[in-house]
Design a protein around this ligand. Sequence first.
Ligand code: PHE
Length: 348
Amino acid sequence: MDGMCIFASMIDSIKVHIADVAVFEATSADEVEQFRIAYLGKKGHITKLFADFRNVPNEQKKEYGQLLNQLKTEAQAKVNELQAALGGKGKTKGALDDISRPGQPIPLGARHPISIVRDKVIDVFSRIGYGLSSGPEVEDDWHNFTALNLPEHHPARDMQDTFFVQTKPDVMLRTHTSSVQVRHMESNQPPIRILSPGRVFRNEAISARSHCVFHQIEGLYIDKNVSFADLKQTLLYFTKAIFGTAEIRLRPSYFPFTEPSAEVDIYWGLETEADYRITKGTGWLEIMGCGMVDPNVLTNCDIDSEEFSGFAFGMGLERMAMLLYQIEDIRKFYENDVRFLKQFTSAS
Ligand code: PHE
C-alpha cells in the first residue's frame, strides 16, 4: 500500500467512528463509562488517531485534523448527553441523595489568647458586680491626662510615651484605659463598679517584652466608705480566681491618679529554670498597678470626694496571657501566625 492508500483508510476509519458515535445508545451508566473510555480514555481511539497525525501527508493534514476534532467533540457531547440522561456516573447525586451521610467537617477557628484572657477577667469581676464600659481610642488631653491629676507639664506624663496627633497637640492615642473611667465618672454618680478593657498605645520600641500597641483592663469602684482593705480583698479574690494563688504582696508605688498607690505582685514560685528567668530570681511577679482614687480625680469628674471614695486597678492583658500560657515573645500576639493561634482552639 502506498501512503495515499493508508491515508484514505485512516480518513475512512474516522468517518466510521463518527457514524458509530452518532448511533450509540446506552441503557446504563456503566455502558456510558465504557464508551467514554473507548473513545476519550488515555488509550482510547482518539488518542491513537491523534498519534497517527504525524503520518498523514502534509496536504491532507487539514481534513484529517478537522474530522478528528469533530469526532472528539461529538464523542464528548454523546457522553455528556447520556450521563445526564442516566443520572451521571452514579456517584455524585447531590447532597440530599443520602441524608444519613455524615456532614462535611467545618474547621473550627480559635479565639485569640488576648480575647480569652480578657473574657476570663471580665467573668471573674462580673461575679462581684462589675459592669463594662468602653471609650474612644483617640483621646483628648483632659480624659487621658488632666482629669487624672496629670496637668500640663507634670513630669509623670513622661511615664507614658504618648503618640500625639501631629496637627492637634491636645489629641492623642490613649495611653491607658483610665480615660474611659474618667468618661464614666463624668456621666454617672456612684455607686460605680466598672471594668474598661481596650487597646492602648505607647511610643515604645518593639521588642520581645514590649509593644507600641497592647491591651489593658482597668477596674474602678466608687462608693461610700470604700477602703484599702476592700481593694486588697478584691485583689485576693481576683488572683485566686485567675492564677490560683492568694499569695500576693502590695509594693508602694506611684501613680498620679491614685493615693496611696501600689503594685501588685503574686508569688509565682521558683521551681523551674523558667521561673527563675521570669521572676528574675525572686519568685515574685508584678501583675498590676492599683490604688485609692485620688480625691482630685473625683472632684475633676464632679463626684463629691467628701462623700465618696474608691479604688482603681489596671493590668496589661498581654502580660497576663504570657504568664498564663507561657508565651515568651509579645510580638506573637500580633503576627497572626495560624500555627500559634490554633493552639488556643480548645482554650476557654
Ligand atoms: N493606668 C495605669 C497605667 O496604665 C494603671 C493603673 C490603673 C494604675 C489604675 C493604678 C490604678 O499604667
